[in-house]
Write a protein that binds this ligand. Structure first.
Ligand SMILES: Cc1ncc(COP(=O)(O)O)c(C=O)c1O
Length: 391
């Protein structure tokens, strides 16, 4: 191969500077190994329920294999508006945009509002995609770290408000939070909203796990409950977790209606629309899927309680009970390179966990365990972890 080309072939600097996903790296290292217990990827362990799959199949059979409106089919926008109204506040279909997964919703709303050089603030540790999306667009990311204690993860509100200086473009906040399971309180939301209103700062709320919330009425507090429809608040969401639909790649955003026309242009130039048959499956999920959510929540609560109890009883492990999500994020005493630790767990013990450093430097020393699994598998995982910690 020629190495002296006058014009080297490489991506632009902002893309080259992105971190590759460490979870993927680990996952790739374990590919093909049947003996690995896979708790590394954030995915429910059950397939999409039958009635949802059948809605997708019926749509394909009916020949719905063409482009649709940029914003999604009317039935799905209406169903999502009614769903948002039921959970949060009156919402019109004109505030809903259907997207090709939650991650696409986040990219779209970021493209909508971020200019190169803009400053965004994020509460970390945090799912890597949310940290890298603003950087792809040339924005800078300032972070505020949650504080760990065995009693629970805590947000220092004063520190966050101090970081949300005038001139900041947006706060990206994921609650319930991947990876810690921390969930913001209503009081903290009110204070943040007040502050952001005063300074014109956008709030991007990633509500992917709002239905995997183990307290109160099982719908996590959302900024949508507090903000008026025309305000600088955007909520993004996904079908992946609530309705066990990771592979379908379907999500949505709730945005002020005044943004829809510009958002529509971006959808056109990104994906043009989500596949209609996938949207039909989405209609079935939103309109008939409450029992699915109740069933999943009950299973995951049992799994969470079991795993956290076992981990608390494991010497060298510090953990707080997560109030939401499907993750246990725990500190392993003596571990300062969580990627190397997780690689060793895979290679020598057949245990697949995600390294805390994948969620930013603030996650170093920690490990994430997705507990969307049966108790027998979790128990075997604990045995393997204990064996590893004994060395
Ligand atoms: C915090 C968070 N937001 C959004 C998503 C998006 O999910 P998807 O792209 O599958 O819709 C995920 C997926 O893991 C997530 O963890």
């Amino acid at each position: 191969m020629k190495s002296d080309l006058p014009h080297p072939v490489h991506a632009r600097a902002a893309v080259r500077a992105l971190g590759a996903s460490k979870i993927r790296e680990l996952f790739n290292a374990g590919i093909g190994r049947k003996d690995v217990l896979p708790f590394w990827v954030g995915e429910p362990d059950e397939p999409t329920p039958d009635f949802i799959r059948r809605a997708g199949i019926a749509s394909i059979e009916a020949g719905e294999v063409f482009y649709s409106s940029n914003y999604g089919i009317a039935e799905l926008r209406e169903a999502l508006a009614a769903y948002t109204a039921r959970l949060h506040r009156p919402t019109s279909p004109a505030e809903i945009a259907v997207t090709s997964a939650g991650v696409n919703a986040l990219m779209l709303v970021s493209q909508l509002l971020l200019d190169p050089g803009d400053r965004v603030v994020e509460v970390v540790p945090l799912w890597p995609n949310l940290q890298e999306i603003p950087r792809i667009l040339g924005a800078t990311v300032a972070t505020v770290a949650l504080e760990f204690s065995p009693g629970g993860w805590k947000l220092d509100l004063e520190r966050l408000l101090a970081e949300l200086k005038p001139g900041t473009k947006a706060l990206y906040l994921n609650s319930p939070n991947n990876p810690t399971g921390w969930t913001i309180s209503r009081e903290q939301q009110s204070a943040i909203l007040e502050h952001c209103r005063r300074h014109g700062i956008w709030i991007f709320a990633d509500d992917a796990y709002e239905r995997l919330y183990y307290e109160g009425d099982h719908v996590a507090p959302s900024f949508l409950d507090l903000a008026d429809p025309g305000e600088r608040v955007i909520s993004t969401n996904t079908f992946s977790k609530s309705w066990l639909m990771t592979g379908w790649r379907l999500g949505w955003a709730v945005v002020p209606a005044a943004l829809e026309a510009d958002l529509g242009k971006l959808i056109e130039y990104n994906t043009s629309c989500a596949p209609v048959f996938v949207q039909r499956a989405g209609v079935a999920a939103v309109t008939q899927g409450e029992p699915v959510i109740a069933h999943t929540l009950e299973r995951f609560r049992k799994a969470r309680d079991f795993l956290v109890r076992e981990l608390k009883a494991t010497p060298g492990v510090d953990i707080a009970l997560p109030s939401g999500t499907m993750y246990a994020f725990f500190r392993v005493r003596g571990v300062s390179d969580s990627l190397a630790f997780c690689k060793k767990l895979v290679a020598d013990y057949g245990l697949g966990l995600a390294p805390g450093s994948a969620f930013g430097p603030q996650g170093e020393g920690y490990v994430r365990w997705c507990f969307a699994a049966g108790e027998d598998k979790l128990a075997e995982g604990v045995v393997r972890l204990r064996r590893a910690l004994k060395g």
